[in-house]
Write a protein that binds this ligand. Structure first.
Ligand SMILES: Nc1nc2c(ncn2[C@@H]2O[C@H](COP(=O)(O)OP(=O)(O)OP(=O)(O)O)[C@@H](O)[C@H]2O)c(=O)[nH]1
Length: 367
């Protein structure tokens, strides 16, 4: 198993994107070898004007192998299309046109080969490139057919060549239209996928964040607290939880209206975010209640953070729509004890917060 993996890695590299390109190039080379074989079989039955068949075989296979080596060596990354689809197609069509010129009685076989080349490569091209490849194919084959019917009218009768060219035109137009349609479908699917991803991200945000303040919501905070508990169950790291409740918030609503109250909650959340550590998580627990998670923080350090926050709000009244509003909060701060549940930690924080209220508000009680 390991040796097979080693072989495929050597053949296709370990880079995921390069692997795909190389696999495509190897497949194109294998198909070219198969076409070469088919023409040689036709030659075996005496259907081909032998002339340049060996030169053609060598050039056809070598050209495809050059593409494989360019991709294997990584030089393809400098091109706008690192899969080198256009280059491979132009070369393969050139080889097909050359084959047509000497295939004699077997020249109808080349039409099938050309169809395979067009179908195989068209999906990797842009709509504009598809049009160019179409013109290139018709121009090249038109020229080769004209030349062949002049040189060898026995195997390439002019009437037959005209009909053959008309069929070629229909095939090129058909494949071209199909490709343009597929491109449109692919673009639409890509757009829908992006829209779906954005919608999922939006739904996820709605499910985990509070609408009014943009803070983490209660449900998500409970998950985060539980994760923290499980993560640090057997570790020496300490972490704390604070339950923060605004003081006399009802009077803000009563005096200035609910809209101003909402604005206070928003402004307060924004300010608080700039004052806590990046690793701390502040959640809206409900109404004018917040929960702050302080990971990797022992109680003594957490007290400093909470006091800083309290002093800041106490010393800097919020200005909302030109109204200056003094804001303070009471908080219960506690350290999570190993072995206890998150609910038990929160209950202790809640009791401490209540204590802070009864002791006069605008204070942090710890325990
Ligand atoms: N504007 C606004 N007010 C809210 C929101 N959620 C809760 N409140 C208000 O917050 C107030 C909470 O009042 P209380 O529970 O009496 O608390 P308090 O007035 O802050 O008093 P203490 O907590 O005892 O200091 C009520 O008036 C609620 O209507 C909200 O989303 N927006």
């Amino acid at each position: 198993m390991a040796s097979l993996r080693g072989f495929t890695d050597a053949l296709l590299t370990t880079d995921r994107r390069q692997r795909f390109r190389l696999a495509q190039a190897w497949l194109a080379s294998a198909m070219m070898c198969f076409c070469v074989l088919a023409l040689h079989i036709a030659n075996g039955f005496g259907l081909v004007d032998t002339g340049p068949i060996w030169w053609w075989s060598a050039a056809s296979v070598a050209g495809m192998l050059v593409v494989v080596s360019v991709i294997r060596g990584g030089a393809n990354k400098r091109f706008a299309d690192p899969a080198l689809t256009m280059q491979q197609m132009l070369y393969a069509i050139l080889c097909a046109a050359w084959a047509y010129s000497f295939a004699g009685q077997a020249h109808s076989l080349v039409g099938i080969i050309l169809a395979v080349i067009l179908m195989f490569g068209m999906f990797g091209l842009s709509s504009r490139q598809v049009i160019w490849v179409g013109f290139y194919t018709l121009g090249l084959f038109g020229f080769v057919m004209m030349l062949a019917s002049r040189r060898n009218p026995e195997h390439y009768p002019p009437g037959g060549e005209i009909v053959y060219f008309m069929m070629l035109c229909i095939m090129v137009i058909g494949v071209g239209l199909l490709t343009v349609r597929l491109h449109r479908m692919r673009d639409r699917l890509r757009r829908q996928k992006l829209e779906l991803e954005a919608a999922l991200a939006h739904i996820h945000r709605l499910a985990t964040h509070d609408d009014l303040t943009g803070l983490v919501n209660r449900r998500h905070m409970q998950e985060l607290l539980e994760n923290e508990r499980m993560r640090l169950e057997r570790s020496e790291q300490d972490w704390c939880v604070a339950l923060i409740d605004l003081d006399h918030f009802k009077s803000v609503n009563d005096a200035h209206g609910h809209a101003i109250g909402d604005e206070v909650l928003r402004a307060l959340s924004r300010h608080a975010h700039t004052l806590i550590r990046r690793t701390d998580v502040l959640a809206r627990w409900g109404g004018e209640e917040f929960v702050l998670l302080l990971p990797n923080t022992p109680l003594a350090q957490a007290v400093i953070s909470l006091e800083r926050l309290r002093e800041h709000f106490h010393g800097h009244p919020l200005v909302v729509q030109d109204i200056t509003l003094p804001v303070s909060f009471s908080a219960g701060l506690t350290e999570h004890l190993r072995g206890e549940s998150v609910a038990e930690t929160l209950e202790r924080a809640d009791k401490l917060c209540y204590q802070a209220k009864t002791l006069g508000r605008n204070r942090v009680e710890r325990g």
